[in-house]
Write a protein that binds this ligand. Structure first.
Ligand SMILES: Cc1cc2nc3c(=O)[nH]c(=O)nc-3n(C[C@H](O)[C@H](O)[C@H](O)COP(=O)(O)O)c2cc1C
Length: 328
């Protein structure tokens, strides 16, 4: 059955929602480099009511990012429905995405995120309420394969979600108990594909075009979602598409191209924050991730730990180029 979500006419590559990472700047970087569908960092339903500054930032996106979904989390059906309606009135996303996968204690303690994987009545109530509240706008969901190894229930959860009117499900192939350790279990992702007729987006440990092709062939997923690999290599989406089209691996961008990307990212962060020191400090974790794509990564990481200005980034880039013998 064809999906009512137009981006499933092909095999869409999603940038995974990542709190603290997939902000507007990074989403646009990935979009420019081949990501087809974007999702915001998760937003608390309660934060939407308070309309606080942080929430406003999370919801901010540009037209060029469409199709884009706003991801909401929370464990109260009524509040989630109200929050979803506010978001739709406020920013008019292409879809609402419900977070049923977050493993973080603070979220789970309030019965949000992956807590709902072991509370199917509440999961049903939340999903149903949001679907009704924003109809005809589509609602999708992101889940893990279960709470822990003894309670893997993603096929059942996905079936419930389909019955409540959810239009696509992204499955991260780990349990909540695993956090980010171990390997994603793609067998269970395949079982979810078998169980439902809406599109399933496979997620977990994808790092190359070859990975995506293999997992697609094994499971029949309708799309793929990439998270951590994009943090250090946002060009991965173009690379996956090139591999799909030709069976060949594109060469990694040159060091110059990588530095240009990092410097642009820092510059845009400064413009966004309005305060250079704050912006660059907030970039430290991002710089650590980028360093993985570089030779002499350890050296770069040590330096990135202390940066707080664009001039320091420029100086590190110059030193690094000299180290490579590529000084210009
Ligand atoms: C730093 C970080 C933040 C994340 N934040 C979110 C989030 O806000 N919402 C969500 O559904 N998943 C979140 N995730 C999970 C990712 O979307 C994804 O499911 C997970 O990283 C596995 O995919 P990967 O192996 O491609 O990274 C986060 C992951 C990381 C590493």
């Amino acid at each position: 059955m064809p999906s009512s979500l137009p981006w499933f006419s092909g095999f869409p590559l999603y940038l995974a929602p990542m709190a603290g990472v997939s902000d507007k700047i990074f989403r646009q970087f990935c979009k420019e480099r081949g990501a087809d569908v974007l999702v915001t960092e998760f937003v608390s339903a309660e934060g939407v009511f308070r309309r606080n500054e942080r929430t406003r930032e999370y919801l901010d996106f540009d037209e060029c990012e469409r199709p884009i979904g706003v991801q909401l989390f929370g464990g109260n059906a009524e509040h989630m429905a109200e929050a979803a309606k506010h978001v739709v009135d406020w920013v008019r996303p292409d879809f609402i995405d419900l977070n049923f996968g977050c493993p973080v204690n603070k979220v789970v303690a309030k019965n949000g995120g992956s807590a709902l994987l072991k509370d199917c009545p509440t999961l049903t109530a939340v999903a149903g309420a949001v679907v009704r509240a924003v109809a005809p706008l589509p609602v999708t969901a992101k889940i893990r394969i279960g709470w822990d190894a003894d309670s893997i229930n993603a096929p059942r959860v996905a079936t419930i979600l389909e019955e409540t009117g959810i239009q696509a499900v992204a499955v991260h192939g780990r349990t909540r108990a695993q956090g980010y350790s171990g390997e994603a279990d793609w067998k269970v992702i395949g079982e979810v594909v078998e169980a439902i007729s809406i599109p399933v987006i496979g997620n977990g440990d994808l790092t190359s075009g070859a990975d995506v092709i293999r997992r697609r062939a094994e499971t029949g997923i309708a799309g793929a979602m990439i998270g951590r690999a994009a943090m250090s290599a946002p060009w991965i989406f173009d690379h996956v598409k090139h591999y799909f089209a030709t069976g060949e691996q594109l060469a990694s961008p040159t060091i110059e191209e990588k530095w240009a990307l990092i410097q642009r990212h820092c510059q845009l962060a400064v413009e966004e924050w309005g305060r250079e020191d704050q912006a660059i400090r907030s970039m430290r974790a991002r710089l650590m991730a980028y360093s993985k794509a570089f030779p002499h990564a350890k050296l770069l990481r040590e330096k990135f730990q202390h940066v707080s200005s664009l001039a320091e980034i420029d100086a590190i880039a110059s030193q690094h180029r000299q180290l490579q013998g590529t000084a210009v």
